[in-house]
Design a protein around this ligand. Structure first.
Ligand code: UP5
Ligand code: MG
Length: 195
């Protein structure tokens, strides 16, 4: 029987560098980078529908889209890639995400590792505001949304981080350093844990 697809979850606050680091990791290791946030933004942009409006509402308010939507987008993207190793960036972010993933994907995948990018609120805000000022076009790169995103991260996502810590799957990264130093630490984890 073929081995199940492998998954590494990458969690961390807004602007902690999840996307930046995933882009670097895939240059060195054969993983497909799937950003749950990017998949939701693409879905929202392509749909004038109620689903599109629901996604936009959650993004602007820093709250979390129901797992049925996100999990289906992730599953579709995994199947479409034809690959077997996935870096899933920004998911699972709350209890609903975790139980939805467990229900639909636990028997189809193996979670190999969970990375948490540790970064202070001040640095997260500075980075996202900088990205907004540079023209990201993201509807949540503003101070009002950012404060809400940080509250959600603390109240909803940190318990998920703790859950994976208890399972022995979590590795924490000091993500406040320059990106090249962060990726060096991450690649060491990948070298030891994945290969
Ligand atoms: N930067 C990065 N690393 C740096 C470093 N070491 N030093 C200096 N600068 C650094 O980086 C952000 C900015 O910082 C960039 O300008 C970068 O150059 C610089 P990035 O790599 O983009 O950080 P990232 O952690 O990916 O930040 P992002 O804003 O994407 O994180 P969020 O978790 O807030 O956003 P995401 O897109 O994952 O989700 C957005 C929203 O979608 C959520 O709030 C939620 O409403 C919704 N969502 C769900 O509902 N469910 C999901 O499963 C996922 C998302
Ligand atoms: Mg991102």
């Amino acid at each position: 029987m073929a081995a199940l697809p492998e998954v590494v979850f990458v969690l961390g606050g807004p602007g902690s560098g999840k996307g930046t680091q995933c882009s670097k990791i895939i240059k060195e290791f054969e993983f497909v980078h799937l950003s749950a946030g990017d998949l939701l933004r693409d879905e929202q942009a392509n749909k004038e529908s109620e689903v599109g409006q629901l996604i936009e509402y959650h993004i602007v308010n820093g709250t979390i889209v129901p797992v049925e939507i996100t999990c289906e987008l992730l599953h579709k993207a995994m199947k479409a890639s034809g690959k077997h190793k996935f870096l899933i960036d920004g998911f699972p972010r709350n209890e609903d995400n975790l139980s939805g993933w467990t229900k639909n994907m636990a028997d189809k995948t193996v979670v190999k590792l969970v990375l948490c990018m540790d970064c202070s609120d001040d640095i997260c805000i500075e980075r996202c505001m900088g990205r907004g000022a540079a023209g990201s076009g993201r509807s949540d790169d503003n101070l009002t949304s950012l404060k809400k995103r940080l509250v959600t991260f603390r109240s909803a996502t940190l318990p998920i981080v703790e859950h994976y810590d208890k399972l022995g799957l979590l590795r924490r990264i000091n993500a406040e350093r320059p990106a090249e130093q962060v990726v060096f630490a991450l690649l060491c984890y990948f070298g030891v844990m994945i290969v």
